[in-house]
Design a binder for this molecule. Structure first.
Ligand code: ZN
Length: 343
């Protein structure tokens, strides 16, 4: 089969569209013909390589997968050949206290399909556990289905489960044009919050408002802390939806309202941020982390996808062979929403 692999870490040029061995499903796995795979920043990190983390090479990335079932293992009973499937991206042991308590993403054995330890869906075919198969709702296409899992599951976990967002609260969505940002805007509106979107271009802010954002801050030409104070009457925001990291933290923490929360799922601009601890205790501010989310929350997201109350935003689709170009676009932040590759 054809797949996009890299044999060494480096720039987008290390991605090769080439022949790769195809696996056969184990008794508890199904084989999918991949119809669409969406990219995440994780794909960029994996390709570049991270200190202290060994990625088995050659590697196939891609954790947001939608496809058609073409073979099922002998012990599979729930999924049938021909079914349209979106892939729940996390794999956990299913037996530990975390898994049995519903927090499968806190399982010590938690792995991501297409993450560090497992090959992903930037390929014509993939075998995945039957338990990871979620039927794609009627009327939802493969590219839309592939654009959902990582972005919406993460944003849901961050806002609903971790930050416990309430109606009427002010949410600052950093990187509003990213996949996870476009998901966050919609989820925050679904829960009745007021959304202040932050992005680096007016074009992205206009699109964020079309998605439901109430206000926009262009961090390239406006002073972020000053705008937060202006838009909240100096009160600060209740929730900061963060995934940028770096120097931004020092500007955000003082502009969180008393009882507020900063919730983060990433650090694309830098691993270290400064926190003036006085704000945390004097205003009872919480800093929360989130890595993907519970599978139960994934199923809830898919219910909203079926009803049309949440909709993935696709910047564009590209052929799988153009994966390197997609990585360049993602790194240049020249996208609004998700980039989806079609094998
Ligand atoms: Zn477990």
């Amino acid at each position: 089969m054809k797949a996009v692999r890299f044999h060494e870490h480096g720039g987008p040029d290390v991605l090769r569209y080439e022949d790769a061995p195809e696996s056969v499903p184990t008794p508890t796995q199904v084989q999918l013909a991949v119809r669409a795979v969406a990219l995440n920043h994780l794909d960029v990190w994996l390709r570049k390589g991270l200190p202290g983390i060994t990625v088995p090479l050659p590697k196939i990335g891609g954790c947001d997968i939608a496809g058609e079932v073409i073979a099922v293992g002998a012990l599979c009973s729930r999924v049938a050949v021909g079914q349209r499937i979106l892939v729940s991206p996390g794999i956990s042991c299913g037996q530990c206290a975390a898994c049995l308590g519903g927090d499968d993403n806190l399982c010590r054995a938690y792995k991501l399909i297409g993450g560090y330890a497992m090959d992903g869906g930037c390929a014509e075919r993939i075998c995945i556990p039957e338990v990871n198969c979620i039927p794609i709702p009627e009327g939802v296409g493969y590219p839309e289905a592939a654009a959902v899992p990582v972005a919406f599951l993460t944003a849901w976990n961050m806002l609903v489960r971790q930050a416990r967002l309430k109606a009427g609260e002010d949410v600052l969505v950093m990187g509003a044009g990213s996949g996870v940002g476009t998901a966050a805007i919609q989820i925050a509106k679904l829960f009745g919050a007021r959304v202040i979107a932050v992005a680096g271009t007016d074009e992205k802010l206009a699109k964020a408002k079309a998605l439901g954002a109430d206000e926009g801050i262009n961090h390239a030409r406006q002073d972020l802390p000053q705008e937060i104070r202006r838009l909240t009457g100096k009160r600060g925001v209740d929730v900061v939806f963060e995934h940028v990291g770096g120097a931004t933290w020092g500007k955000l923490i003082p502009n969180i309202a008393a009882g507020g929360r900063l919730v983060t799922c990433g650090a694309t601009a830098g691993y270290e941020g400064t926190v003036d601890i006085r704000y945390l205790f004097s205003k009872t501010i919480a800093i929360l982390g989130a890595f993907l989310g519970r599978k139960a929350d994934m199923l809830e997201v898919v219910r909203h996808l079926a009803r049309g109350s949440l909709r993935p935003v696709i910047d564009r689709t590209l052929p799988l062979a153009d994966c390197a170009e997609a990585h360049r676009l993602l790194e240049a932040r020249a996208v609004f929403g998700k980039l989806v590759l079609i094998p």
